[in-house]
Design a protein around this ligand. Structure first.
Ligand SMILES: Cc1cc2nc3c(=O)[nH]c(=O)nc-3n(C[C@H](O)[C@H](O)[C@H](O)COP(=O)(O)O)c2cc1C
Length: 477
């Protein structure tokens, strides 16, 4: 079995898309400066895979660990990771994870690259790792692409979720769990018995592994099993150093950070710049005491540009949304969570045949995804990859009093800044916008040129690639 890991992906991806991988060789601080480079690309609507070879860590030392970001930041990268395409990505992703899962295989410590370097107890100094401080008001350096493993103490089934970690000391990480997070269930079960929760963050793997782990199987079901489906191979696991021989971590990860959530201990965590585009609030949150770090030689440290790119989590949800909408409206064509709206919105493209279908689709979408607050239905002549077309459809095809539905007091995402808390729940208002053409009105035709002319007349046949590229984009700059 050939091993698939972060390095095989980087190598293959760079061979296939050399222009989408940027190496920065100059020293650059992990505090804000790496974010500044990623944000400068984002302003140009570009999300290249960025590798920083000389990151300067919190101790103001040049770290030996290169930093990678934007690894999962485009549909093209995600599609490449699992052998899919831009358009079919979400459906292939869920199909592989749910129907082609594979039992993981256990390997020896000697065969596990994540054990090449091991620090235990007092040897551990988290500050050697080039954690990013992403934004100005962040509480400090954060783990942002950490896959947090914990086990259900009853069934001994693994749970893997992406949870942020505030690195508050040389051996301490503070974490935040949403009320519905499965890791929180594991912690609560342990705490009810007065026990600490064994846990580990693993960081850096072939993108197919995070993709498989992220489909959120029902509790308590293994996340390592669907990861085998997206990876196309059994995931190689190895036992932990300090959490017991049945606590398993991916053998080919770049880093593994082991420790315990201390029972009943809570300390202040955040603010942290969140996916919403706002800072998440400071709260009293669980605390992990680190017992061990293992890593590969010359390990890569992986970080997400949280708040700047939500393609990974948004695409993971699209297939689930597609399946909910399809149950009530079989003629749904495509679904897209537009990156600009940071998961608060979904576009639904319908081949409408009957009135009522748009509203049914809207209701299905708004009730099946907690974080989606706006559902917009458009006809199949609207390209939902292009926000401008969707805005045009809303602006030109809706009659607000008839086509916009406002539904107050629905369950929404825990970090939604527009909501309010009621007990453990966060509630807020959701909106449906039916921007499809009414079937009973003779709507004017969309302007266009003949398809054969579009195909025949191509800019590249009249102008050089450089000339086309050098024309300024006055929409974005
Ligand atoms: C980059 C990133 C960061 C995230 N950070 C958190 C977090 O700090 N806390 C949280 O509860 N969920 C966070 N999430 C969402 C969870 O990972 C997601 O809901 C996951 O399905 C939880 O899995 P589980 O409930 O099976 O543990 C994050 C997701 C991503 C992609």
């Amino acid at each position: 079995m050939s091993i698939k890991d972060l390095r095989t992906f980087l190598n293959d991806y760079e061979n296939e898309f050399p222009d989408d991988v940027i190496h920065i060789e100059a020293p650059i601080r992990c505090k804000y400066e790496i974010s500044a480079i990623a944000i400068a690309f984002e302003k140009k609507s570009k999300f290249p895979l960025l590798i920083f070879h000389k990151p300067v860590n919190a101790k103001e030392e040049t770290s030996k660990f290169p930093v990678i970001t934007n690894l999962l930041a485009s549909r093209t990268k995600l599609a490449y990771a699992i052998g899919s395409t831009f358009d079919d990505l979400s459906i292939d992703w869920i199909q592989k994870a749910e129907n082609e899962g594979k039992q993981p295989v256990t390997v020896q410590h000697s065969e596990s690259s994540c054990k090449e370097v091991i620090y235990k107890g007092d040897e551990v100094d988290l500050m050697d790792i080039p954690f990013l401080t992403h934004h100005e008001l962040d509480a400090g350096p954060y783990i942002s692409a950490g896959h947090f493993v914990s086990y259900d103490p009853d069934s001994r089934v693994d749970n893997v979720g992406v949870y942020r970690g505030f690195v508050s000391d040389t051996r301490e990480i503070r974490v935040w769990f949403e009320p519905r997070a499965h890791a929180k269930i594991n912690m609560t079960k342990n705490e009810s018995l007065g026990k600490d929760t064994p846990c580990a963050f693993w960081i850096g793997h072939h993108p197919a592994v995070p993709m498989g782990c992220y489909v959120r199987p029902p509790y308590p079901k293994s996340h390592y099993f669907p990861a085998g489906g997206t990876l196309g191979d059994q995931l190689r696991l190895v036992s932990s150093e300090t959490l017991g021989s049945d606590f398993m971590v991916p053998a080919d990860a770049e880093f593994v950070i082991e420790g315990f959530l201390k029972a009943g201990v809570r300390k202040s965590e955040a603010p942290f710049g969140e996916y919403t585009g706002y800072y998440g609030p400071e709260r009293e949150n669980p605390v992990m005491e680190v017992t061990c770090i293992t890593h590969r030689n010359d390990a890569y440290w992986h970080s997400h540009m949280v708040g700047h790119n939500t393609v990974f989590s948004a695409t993971a949800q699209e297939a689930a949304l597609y399946s909910s909408v399809r149950k009530v409206v079989p003629n749904v064509k495509r679904i897209l969570i537009p990156p600009a709206a940071k998961q608060f919105m979904v576009y639904i493209q319908l081949e409408k045949t009957m009135e009522g279908q748009a509203k049914s689709a809207i209701m299905a979408a708004l009730t099946s995804a907690l974080w989606v607050k706006y559902a917009v239905v458009v006809d199949s002549d609207i390209d939902i990859r292009d926000d401008r077309e969707v805005l045009w459809a809303i602006a030109s095809r809706t009659r607000a009093e008839r086509d916009i539905y406002i539904i107050p007091d629905m369950a929404i995402a825990g970090l939604d800044p527009s909501g309010y808390d009621l007990g453990a729940a966060r509630l807020g208002t959701k909106v449906g916008i039916d921007a499809s053409k009414p079937l009973d009105l003779k709507f004017p035709e969309k302007i266009d040129i003949p398809a054969e002319v579009k195909k025949k007349i191509r800019l590249e046949d009249f102008l050089s690639k450089d000339k086309i590229e050098s024309v300024p984009n006055f929409l974005t700059g």
